[in-house]
Design a protein around this ligand. Structure first.
Ligand code: NDP
Length: 320
């Protein structure tokens, strides 16, 4: 490690803008699956390069800086490597961490990419109105748990689905959802949704796709909105599942819109101003699932696709 660190410092002395950082917390994110796709398959992010450490979002401490916006000792979150030390060659994509009176790991999720996704997806894409009914799939995860709490604070009726009894209990008893169900135990998703939404769904925050989307279409209200955040149930399939209830789009005038969080980072400061006070007042809570040590990172990442994570999946590389 010493040799690697000194090699990196040498590059910094050559007048680059790079940052040498020590990685503290890493984020496991479903989109990373796209980066493992075969070459020539179109992906929206660069594929991982065999032989190089994989990259992803994380929280790090600056050891050496060639960039005017960062100095030694600063904390940041952004794209870094799955390794102990990383040379960040695009520091302009990183956010300096100014508020350290919350757990630092929150910047991998709640106050990082996942949190921004929840905030932008709900407020910018869903066009919510007070009193509307909101359904969220993968609701106890990194994004979903915040969408639900934002929707409740905004004054909506909120229901979530998740894949275990423990997660359903979290939704109802910790995050304050009005109702929740375990989709793995429901033989008929349409019936489960009709039970939770006798009057129908105004907003569906889509995280999973497949059979859930098909069932949701049957319960959408007139002029309902679907924000397509992700479709994790499809990421490991060779062939995506078919959707059968598409005519509901016409009959119910449903608007469905996909979005990418990267289009909304200009709202980051506004997001922090909204969410930080609510965290400090205990109005927003966040559950993390922590894997200790870089050696456990691959298992933690794979676990997302089996629903093994309870809350935001974080990997601790170092606590200082
Ligand atoms: P989570 O923390 O929710 O972890 C993934 C969860 O997905 C698992 O815990 C599991 O929960 C659920 N899941 C896994 N496989 C399936 C399956 N086959 N069917 C149904 N559910 C499944 O992840 P995130 O909150 O980080 O991400 C949620 C979604 O948001 C993903 O689709 C992701 O790609 C997307 N996303 C999109 C962004 C954008 O810019 N558009 C940015 C960030 C995330 P359970 O036990 O409940 O099944």
């Amino acid at each position: 490690m010493e040799v690697r660190e000194s090699t990196m410092k040498l590059r910094l002395l050559e007048g680059s803008n790079d940052l040498l950082v020590k990685n503290l917390y890493l984020s496991c994110d479903p989109y990373m699956r796209f980066r493992m796709t075969k070459p020539n398959v179109p992906v929206y992010v660069e594929p991982f390069r065999p032989g190089s450490p994989i990259t992803g979002y994380g929280v790090a401490r600056v050891l050496e800086s060639g960039h005017p916006n960062f100095k030694k000792g600063d904390l940041l979150w952004g794209l870094t490597g799955w390794e102990e030390y990383t040379l960040i060659t695009a520091p302009e994509t990183c956010f300096k961490i100014e508020h350290t009176d919350v757990p630092l790991s929150y910047y991998t999720g709640l106050l990082g990419m996942a949190g921004m996704t929840a905030y932008a997806g709900f407020f910018e894409v869903c066009s919510p109105k007070k009193g509307e009914t909101v359904f969220i799939s993968a609701a106890s995860g990194a994004v979903g748990q915040l969408v639900g709490q934002l929707a409740k604070l905004f004054g909506c009726y909120v229901v979530g689905s998740a894949g275990s009894k423990e997660k359903v209990d979290l939704l109802k008893n910790k995050f304050g959802f009005d109702d929740a169900f375990n989709y793995k135990e429901e033989l008929d998703l349409d019936a489960a949704l009709k039970r939770c939404f006798p009057e129908g769904i105004d907003i569906y925050f889509e995280n999973v796709g497949g059979k859930m989307l098909d069932a949701v279409l049957l319960s959408m209200k007139l002029h309902g909105r679907i924000a397509v955040c992700g479709m994790i149930s499809q990421y490991n399939l060779e062939q995506p599942e078919g959707i059968h209830n598409l005519t509901n789009f016409i009959l119910k005038r449903i608007r469905m819109e996909g979005f990418m969080v990267s289009d909304y980072y200009h709202l980051y400061l506004k997001f922090l101003e909204t969410v930080l006070p609510q965290i400090k007042e205990g109005k927003i809570v966040y559950v993390e699932d922590t894997a200790e040590g870089l050696e456990n990172a691959p298992t933690a990442l794979i676990g997302l696709f089996y629903g093994r994570n309870v809350g935001k999946q974080v990997v601790v590389v170092s606590r200082e």
